[in-house]
Ligand binder design. Structure first.
Ligand SMILES: *Cc1c(COP(=O)(O)O)cnc(C)c1O
Length: 358
């Protein structure tokens, strides 16, 4: 990334773009069209709305957290009528509720869902939701921003029509690039879709990409980084990458249990672990201590859970040492906050989980 930026109209660009598209296809995995956009995850979520619907259409948003709710906000900003199926934070969406909603209202054109809900650490059951949406007239659009590379998101097998991710999560890059994987049924919907768009019009990306180009300048520095990140993922092997995320997330969950704490997610994601703090522990002081004194940055609780939760991520470029460091810092912070447990209980659980024969 520190090298001279590649000229986006120059001769090296088509190969750089092709490498990125093919690599991202392997990571999902999917054979759908993949487009890279200059934006964060929310921008490409907006593109998903703008390319599938008309004003006045009805869409179903199934959600149980802050990122799921973003689909509702985006739809409303475009005048799409939202039917919301909302579950409490920490719970997973019940696919049967999706089935009932689609039965009650056959006019629903798109179902919006979240794979890994980063605000709660829940992994939603996209395979089952996809099975339900299959055979209805609706499209299924999935936010895979924090799941891609941590979990497989096989779009064709799960009947997902459009999925989005972003550079700064499992792809290990700085922020700035949104990614959309787009299936054939979306192109059909695009023909009748009348929502206003120009920069977000995926048809323009499709046309340009046939010539190895993009309709506007892409962040070529991030593309250079993506080339390196995809090479790292290829060397490790994507199945091993998924297995590593599973192993690391399990180690964090088992450490939390050994410290006498509960994991918030009913159906946990392997990208991060949300841990509920005891009433007596000030979560803001705890995360501040971890960051300032241990150099370990973790997420806090969002929304109503501010100060009452920590979210420890193992997404992306993480090794066993990183997990032990995070668990050790968490444990030290809990002791400082006066929470009682046997010294080393969390670290011991993490070491056992990390070294267990699979
Ligand atoms: C990070 C994230 C996003 C995108 O956020 P941006 O700040 O716009 O990149 C969307 N959904 C989920 C689940 C996320 O974790």
């Amino acid at each position: 990334m520190a090298g001279t930026p590649v000229y986006h109209r120059g001769p090296e660009f088509p190969a750089l773009l092709r490498n990125a598209v093919e690599g991202v296809q392997e990571v999902f995995p999917t054979a759908y069209d993949v487009f890279l956009l200059s934006c964060s995850g929310t921008g490409v979520m907006e593109a998903a709305v703008a390319n599938t619907l008309c004003a006045g259409d009805r869409a179903l948003v199934v959600q149980a957290g802050q990122f799921g709710a973003r689909w509702t906000d985006l739809c409303m900003a475009y005048g799409v009528e939202v039917v919301e199926s909302e579950f409490p934070w920490g719970e997973a969406v019940d696919p049967q509720v999706v089935a009932a909603a689609l039965r009650d209202d056959p006019g629903l054109r798109v179902v919006f869902a979240t794979h890994s809900e980063t605000s709660t650490g829940v992994l939603h059951d996209i395979a089952s939701i996809g099975e339900i949406v299959r055979g209805t007239g609706a499209l299924l659009v999935v936010d895979g921003v924090s799941s891609v590379a941590a979990h497989p998101l096989p779009l064709e097998a799960w009947n997902v029509d459009l999925a989005v991710t972003a550079s700064q999560k499992g792809l290990m890059l700085p922020p700035g690039m949104g990614i959309a994987a787009v299936g054939p049924r979306v192109w059909k919907a695009h023909l009748r879709c009348r929502l206003p768009k120009y920069y977000w019009d995926l048809e323009r990306y499709r046309t340009s990409q046939e010539q190895g180009r993009a309709p506007a300048t892409l962040p070529v520095t991030l593309l250079a980084g993506l080339r390196a990140a995809l090479q790292m993922l290829r060397v490790e092997g994507i199945r091993n990458v998924w297995a590593r995320h599973a192993r690391h997330a399990l180690a964090v969950r088992q450490s939390a249990a050994a410290l006498g704490l509960t994991c918030f997610a009913r159906r946990p994601s392997n990208a991060l672990t949300a841990i509920v703090l005891p009433e007596s522990v000030d979560g803001l002081a705890l995360t501040d201590y971890m960051r300032r004194e241990c150099g370990v940055v973790v997420g806090g609780g969002l929304g109503d859970y501010r100060g009452r939760m920590v979210r420890i991520s193992n997404l992306g470029h993480v090794d066993d040492a990183g997990i032990l460091e995070a668990v050790g810092a968490f444990e030290a912070g809990l002791r400082k906050a006066g929470w009682g447990f046997e010294v080393g209980a969390g670290i011991e659980a993490a070491q056992c989980a990390l070294t267990a024969e699979s």
